[in-house]
Ligand binder design. Structure first.
Ligand SMILES: CC(C)(COP(=O)(O)OP(=O)(O)OC[C@H]1O[C@@H](n2cnc3c(N)ncnc32)[C@H](O)[C@@H]1OP(=O)(O)O)[C@@H](O)C(=O)NCCC(=O)NCCS
Length: 185
């Protein structure tokens, strides 16, 4: 996977330790954390540093690929892939101030196109809480289709919640997304 992906508006790059305070501020927002599976709340000092410190080893082992989403040099969110049950799962969050500007869709589209170009994948998976209509919309725009209901553990809320699983096949991604060469300049 490339170190940097570029779209019209965004740069997707690796996180550095300097990003930690900004990550803590953005994901430490209840409105963001409450929709995520693995992010605790409150998001305490040191958690962002710890998370960022795992990235290189996860990249090297192929366990996962986390990208910082930067707009005009500003860190506004993250998008990544995590290996789970033999497939890669797409995940993302965007800081509240930056919602509804198409950022998750643009970043997700670039990463999905690049992943199918670089990794021998038959499909990508994703899931979202039933109540998370914005995320369902992002995934639908990327071409993902609903495949099953699921219970999702929320680390922030400390309970299991109703969720929906989705997947995107390579052939559907090819039909739905721009060629990866155009996205990963
Ligand atoms: C979900 C999230 C990543 C979306 O990021 P974003 O950059 O605002 O997404 P986009 O602007 O690309 O697309 C959002 C879409 O959802 C729609 N939307 C937003 N709020 C909505 C709501 N309450 N109900 C229905 N649709 C909604 C927007 O109108 C847009 O769709 P459109 O392009 O058809 O108009 C962001 O809200 C977020 O980080 N939420 C908290 C964390 C999270 O939920 N992560 C995903 C976990 S599965």
């Amino acid at each position: 996977m490339q170190d940097v992906l570029r779209t019209d508006r965004l740069v997707l790059r690796h996180f550095t330790p300097d990003d930690a305070p900004r990550v803590q501020a953005l994901v430490g927002n209840w409105k963001v954390a409450r929709m995520l599976a693995r992010v605790p709340y409150p998001y305490k000092d040191g958690m962002a540093e710890q998370w960022i410190a795992t990235h290189e080893a996860r990249r090297l082992s192929g366990e996962g690929y986390a990208y910082a989403i930067a707009e005009d040099g500003d860190l506004v969110g993250t998008v990544g892939l995590d290996r789970a049950d033999g497939a890669y799962e797409l995940g993302y969050w965007v800081g509240e101030r930056h919602w509804s500007k198409g950022i998750a869709t643009e970043a997700g589209r670039a990463l999905v196109a690049h992943a199918f170009q670089r990794l021998p994948l038959a499909k990508l998976t994703a899931s979202h809480l039933v109540e998370n209509h914005a995320s369902g919309r992002v995934l639908t725009k990327l071409g993902f289709r609903y495949i099953a209901e699921a219970e999702i553990w929320s680390e922030a809320r400390r309970e299991k919640l109703r969720g929906l699983k989705m997947e995107l096949s390579r052939s559907r991604a090819g039909a739905k997304l721009l060629p990866a060469s155009e996205m990963a300049r």
